[in-house]
Structure formats: C-alpha cells, structure tokens
Design a protein around this ligand. Structure first.
Ligand SMILES: Nc1nc2c(ncn2[C@@H]2O[C@H](COP(=O)(O)OP(=O)(O)O)[C@@H](O)[C@H]2O)c(=O)[nH]1
Ligand SMILES: [Mg+2]
Length: 356
C-alpha cells in the first residue's frame, strides 16, 4: 500500500550497504532497483583463517515498487505497470503499516494490517485470475486429444478454484509438473512472500497489537513476519561510524540492525544457499539454489566449470573453521572428493577440478 514505509526501507537497505563500503556494497541499477551484498559472518570467519587479498560476498537484488491501491488489477492508479514490476521478482517483501501517525496520509481509515494485506492479496489474485483464465481457454481447445494438455488444464482449473475462494496460489504448494504447468504465467500470488511489520519506535522489540495480528495471520500461511521500524533503520544507516550505529541500535535493545535480519530472511525465502571458495586471492560466497549438484554449482563461477567438471574437493564449513583451514582439514581426512552427483550443502568450502 502507499505510505507504509517501502521506500524508507529500500533507502535504508541501499544506504547501509553503501556505507559498509569495505565489505558490503550496493549498486543502483535503476532508481528503484539495487544490488545489495548479503551479510554473512562466515565470510569473516573464513577470511580470518585464509587472510585473502579480498573478500567477495554474494548479492541480492531489491526492487522498490510503488504502492498498489484498490482496483490496481483493473488499472487503477499506475496499477498495471506496477503489477508487471512484481511479475519479474522471485519473492515479495510485503511491507505492512503497523504504526499510527496522523501525519502520514492513509486513505483506508484506521490502521488495519489484516485488511491491508487482504486488499493487496485480492488485487494480485484478480490479476492471476486473468492469466489463469486466458490460459484455460487456450488449453481447452487443444486438451481434448492430448493427455499432456489435459493434465495442464487440470492444474489450471485447480488454480482457478483456489483463486475463486480468495486464496493465494502459493497455498496450493504446487510441485514438479504441476508447478511447470503454470510456470509461464509467473503467477503473482504463487511467489514466496515475507512480511515486514513496520511498527512504531516503542514497539521495536515487543511488537504491538497490529504486528501481532499480522503475525497470527502469517503463521497460518506459513509465512515469516519481521518486526522492525523502517524509520529507525533508515536513521541508523545515516550514521557515519560503526560505533555510532551500534550505540544507536543498542539503545533500542537491538543486537543488530533489523536490515540484516531482513536480508538473511529474504535469502532463505528464495531457498538459496551459499557455498564458499577460499583461496589466498579471494574468499568468496556463491549463491545457488538448494538441491543443486556440484557441476551446476560450479557453473555459477564459470560455465566451463560445469562442462568440464571432473570432481570437487569439499570441506564442510564447521570442519574448516574448527580445524583452522584446508591443510589441517586434509590431514584429518575432512577434505572429501565428491563427484557429479554430490548435492552441495550450505556453507561447503569448495574447490573444483575441471577440464577445459
Ligand atoms: N511514524 C512513522 N513514519 C514512517 C515510518 N516508516 C515510514 N514512515 C513515513 O511514512 C512516509 C511514507 O514513507 P515511504 O517509505 O515513502 O512509503 P512508501 O509509499 O511505502 O514507499 C514518509 O514520510 C516516512 O517518513 C515509521 O516506521 N513510522
Ligand atoms: Mg515509495
């Protein structure tokens, strides 16, 4: 919704990353799109041991989307354009207003996170309904004598009745072939979501009645809620030194900026994991999808690594840290040689051998 603190949050994310220039970066791709490094303490731990020339974190792209209003699906406001923006993302961070402030304009009357959330859901569902119905009428024509198309049609019909009940596609938890049947539609309500309850300053640690209501609803959907105050986050990022920042957020009883929690949660929401390469040149974090095997994981470094993959040398993160590095890990038999079928674990420290 408009005026809930989305841009404030986006600016906080971008400022904080810019400020931590030594380690974490931010780069603006477009005014409302930014690439943010993912804070990961494991990078620092690995670097203490390896003492590399540089440290390269992995990054996540954030997009600041203008607020939707009731009727957006019908093109109300700048509705369609923004809905198209949402279509392109992999996950949604839904910022919900849980603070009272008469000075911040609000058209929908008293603060009500549940109805706000439902208004947005409804707009997105209406848009999804359009996509689903279009594909149903296309598929019906060819499904009569084609079992594959018939199966796709079944999934579409299931999606339609889900939306008709006012539910989000993600509640169907589609997997495998079912998921593939609608993948081309980029359904908005099928995207993973997490909620930011933007609460007033006094409620940063405790939450308030609004964030509690939101949390109760989100738990029912298996979604996560992050309670934070976006204004404070933005103010923290404007402070120059780390000491000032720490003093500022610890005054509120926080042990770290809410942003770090948010970035990490967003990363988990996307079902991404990190593996590391740890050489003297650089210690680096690489992002892959959970479940990827070693050759595919290697491809994010270079496509040749996947094509010419021979094997991977793998040390678990904990072993690497406890034993104090690669040499000791090798001596203690904790360096494993893994082949093409190896499913990479979060935190694996990897070295690939490949043919060119
Ligand atoms: N009181 C209060 N105001 C906030 C908070 N977060 C954002 N605002 C204010 O709400 C207004 C709209 O914020 P903005 O981030 O532009 O909202 P957007 O429309 O969702 O992008 C600005 O004046 C912000 O300073 C908050 O946590 N508390
Ligand atoms: Mg905005």
């Amino acid at each position: 919704m408009p005026n809930v603190g989305k841009s404030t949050l986006f600016n906080a994310v971008s400022n904080s990353a810019k400020a931590q220039a030594s380690n974490y970066r931010f780069c603006t791709i477009e005014p409302n799109v930014g690439l943010v490094d993912v804070p990961d303490y494991r990078l620092d731990k690995l670097s203490e041991i390896v003492q590399p020339n540089r440290i390269v974190p992995t990054a996540i792209e954030f997009v600041d989307i203008a607020g939707l209003v009731k009727g957006a699906a019908k093109g109300e406001g700048l509705g369609n354009k923004f809905l198209a923006n949402i279509r392109e993302v992999d996950a949604i961070i839904h910022v919900v207003r849980c603070f009272e402030d008469e000075n911040i304009l609000r058209d929908e009357g008293a603060i009500n996170p549940i109805s706000d959330k439902e208004i947005i859901d409804t707009e997105l569902q209406l848009k999804d309904m359009e996509s689903v119905e279009k594909k149903i009428s296309r598929t019906e024509k060819v499904a009569k004598n084609d079992t594959k198309q018939k199966a796709i049609l079944d999934v579409l019909v299931k999606c339609k009745s889900c939306l008709n009940e006012g539910k989000n596609i993600r509640s169907l938890n589609l997997q495998g072939e079912e998921l593939e049947a609608v993948a081309d539609l980029f359904l908005l309500t099928g995207k993973p979501v997490l909620y930011v309850a933007n609460v007033d300053e006094a409620s940063i640690l405790t939450g308030n009645k609004y964030s509690e209501a939101l949390t109760e609803m989100a738990v029912g959907e298996g979604a996560q809620v992050i309670v934070m105050n976006n204004n404070i986050e933005a103010q923290i990022t404007e402070l120059d030194s780390d000491e000032d920042k720490e003093m500022f957020f610890s005054e509120y009883g926080l042990t770290e900026p809410g942003l770090n929690r948010l970035i990490r949660s967003a990363y988990q929401l996307l079902e991404l994991i990190t593996y590391f390469t740890a050489g003297v040149q650089e210690v680096r974090a690489w992002t892959i999808q959970k479940g990827w095997k070693a050759p595919q994981a290697a491809s994010v470094i270079h496509t040749d690594f996947e094509k010419g993959f021979i094997k991977a040398e793998v040390i678990g993160y904990d072993d690497f840290i406890q034993l104090g590095g690669e040499v000791a890990a090798r001596e203690k038999g904790k360096l494993r040689i893994e082949g093409k079928e190896y499913v990479v674990n979060d935190g694996d420290v990897m070295h690939f051998r490949f043919n060119v």
